[in-house]
Design a protein around this ligand. Structure first.
Ligand code: SF4
Ligand code: SF3
Length: 556
């Protein structure tokens, strides 16, 4: 196997024996095979789209296949086998449609690729009469590191975009142009003659698609559940048994709340589901309790004390330890899979039946309290813009000197204590704008307020980074500035998985410069890729807290 898609990749270079995340080689290879199949599907569907007959079911499958290969989403080989079966079938259907219409397809190995079931997850197999390179679907198939890195950067951006597109689709919102960006990127990277310059343009086009996907998801979430509002979230526990819901999918939360209403159980949010606490629709449910625990990576300890049931609606699920006691109480849904847990599929009517998890929760003990108190959430664009006149006054009078965007992911590395220290040491006239699970490094610190404006404004999930862009644009206009780069905003973004990659690419496509990303740079940023990113966007990474505060706050 070879995978270097996340920040915790082995030795900062690539996982080759087993994933640091727990991904097994046979799982990783299945994911590579699945990605290769959807590249073939994308090539054909792009051609069908040019003729006005793109298959939207194929587009839906492509986004799910991308989403399921995101870090910490699916560790289940049987489920991935189902994806490969379906992908091969759908690819054949697309080819059949093209043939029926007299459309000539290019001879490309991605289109003709086939694999038999006994070879799913096997890297060493030469299929199709030996005509194919044995590593044809592997990341390492591209021998030139710059080309490989840029192609993978485009794919990782597509994975993040696909996840957001799927959450929007679950609420009935979709846009053909987003699918077109994804399928175009997958088709283009399959071209053997792509140059470095062409790949850079492609990566920015992916970023542009990311802006669209985040805007669509914002529209889906706020139209369905109302605009997030300032909310004090309890981080303690109640006396009844609980179901903890994790991940990003608000539709799943809605269905769970409705089905569990009046059943004697409380619903707690976890990690990236915390922002749901600020939506007016969800706040109406009396059994919608507070937020339990912290960022994703602490789940293997924190789930032991929750005592109840668990529902994962997206990444990040962590493989339980062998001695973990809660594994049988974990349920996954959507593209998430974990051996030893239970999966709740979507019914033929599009609904999910959560009755089993609710019934089992009724027999559980209430959660054990691990924290006490409240955190403040709900600073998405609508809420912040309602405060805008006041914020602008504070900026103009110099009482707010700088905004620091600290969006992104949290992770296991001890070096991430940098972000806690950075928040603590940040001068008192600076405000943190955050989104994503990176916030857990500082959202429980007593950082105070500036004349009533909290010093940590939490816009929501990683996809709500879109809110930060809306806020930046509004501030730029209100302050009469030409460019977002003239704003008193600096970017110190933490990344881990591919949703943060699409957030980064989205910001770059909007022309945002001087972004610092850490705790380390992606392994796929070769020196040459980094050189170009520095020249075009002045991208950098972090150093020490004191140096970075001096550079970011006092210089920019
Ligand atoms: Fe390694 Fe990250 Fe890939 Fe997991 S997702 S195999 S930790 S690079
Ligand atoms: Fe977190 Fe996985 Fe990235 Fe949505 S849940 S930000 S790490």
């Amino acid at each position: 196997m070879f995978c270097y898609q996340c920040q915790e990749t082995a030795k900062g270079k690539g996982c080759e024996i087993q994933g640091v995340c727990g991904k097994k080689p046979e799982t990783s290879t299945r994911m590579d095979q699945l990605l290769y199949i959807i590249r073939g599907m994308a090539i054909v569907n792009r051609i069908l789209r040019e003729k006005g007959v793109a298959d939207c079911n194929a587009s839906h499958f492509i986004i799910d296949a991308l989403f399921t290969t995101i870090t910490n989403a699916n560790f289940d080989n049987a489920m991935l086998d189902g994806f490969i079966d379906k992908g091969l079938e759908m690819k054949n259907e697309l080819i059949g449609t093209a043939k029926k219409r007299g459309i000539t397809l290019p001879y490309m190995p991605e289109v003709s690729y086939h694999i038999t079931k006994e070879n799913y997850g096997r890297l060493e197999v030469v299929e199709a009469g030996g005509a194919l390179d044995e590593e044809i679907f592997s990341v390492l198939h591209d021998k030139k590191e710059d080309i490989r890195g840029l192609k993978q950067l485009a794919i990782y951006g597509c994975k993040g975009m696909a996840a957001y597109a799927r959450h929007a689709l679950n609420l009935g919102y979709e846009q053909e142009d987003i699918y077109a960006v994804i399928e175009n990127a997958l088709a283009e990277i399959s071209r053997p003659d792509m140059s470095v310059d062409e790949l850079f343009s492609l990566v920015l086009a992916v970023g542009d698609g990311g802006v669209k996907a985040m805007a669509l998801l914002d529209k889906a979430n706020t139209s369905t559940y109302g605009n997030p509002e300032i909310t004090k979230v309890n981080i303690g526990v109640g006396k009844r048994p609980g179901i903890l819901i994790s991940g990003h999918d608000l539709k799943d939360l809605e269905e769970l709340l409705i089905q569990s209403d009046g059943k004697g159980v409380d619903i707690y949010t976890h990690s990236e589901m915390l922002p749901a606490q600020s939506y007016p629709f969800f706040k109406k449910f009396p059994h919608f309790a507070g937020n339990y625990g912290n960022a994703w990576w602490k789940q293997i300890d924190e789930f032991e004390t929750f005592n109840g049931m668990f529902l994962f609606t997206s990444n990040c699920i962590v493989p339980p330890r062998p001695k973990t006691t809660y594994t049988d109480r974990v349920y996954t849904t959507g593209v998430v899979g974990m051996p030893g847990t239970h999966h709740i599929p979507e019914g033929s009517d599009g609904r999910k039946d959560f009755s089993e998890i609710i019934e089992r929760a009724q027999k559980c003990q209430p959660p054990t309290e691990i924290e006490h108190g409240e955190i403040v959430a709900g600073f998405a664009h609508n809420q912040v813009l309602a405060l805008a006149p006041r914020v602008i006054e504070l900026v103009k009078s110099g009482k707010i000197r700088k905004f620091v965007v600290m969006a992104g992911c949290d992770g296991r590395f001890p070096s991430r204590s940098y972000y806690t220290e950075f928040a603590e040491k940040l001068p008192k006239d600076c405000v943190i704008l955050t989104a994503g699970c990176a916030k857990y490094r500082y959202n429980k610190l007593p950082l105070g307020e500036i004349e009533g404006v909290p010093r940590v404004l939490d816009a929501g999930q990683c996809n709500d980074s879109y809110s930060l862009v809306v806020i930046a644009m509004a501030l730029k206009d209100a302050l009469g500035l030409k460019s977002v780069n003239d704003l008193p905003i600096v970017y110190n973004i933490a990344w881990y998985e591919q949703k943060a990659v699409i957030v980064l690419l989205a910001l770059l496509s909007l022309g945002v410069r001087n972004i610092h990303t850490g705790p380390t740079l992606p392994a796929y940023f070769t020196p040459d890729i980094l050189k170009v990113l520095r020249e075009k966007f002045n991208i950098g990474t972090i150093s020490t807290v004191d140096d970075d505060i001096a550079n970011l706050i006092d210089t920019w």
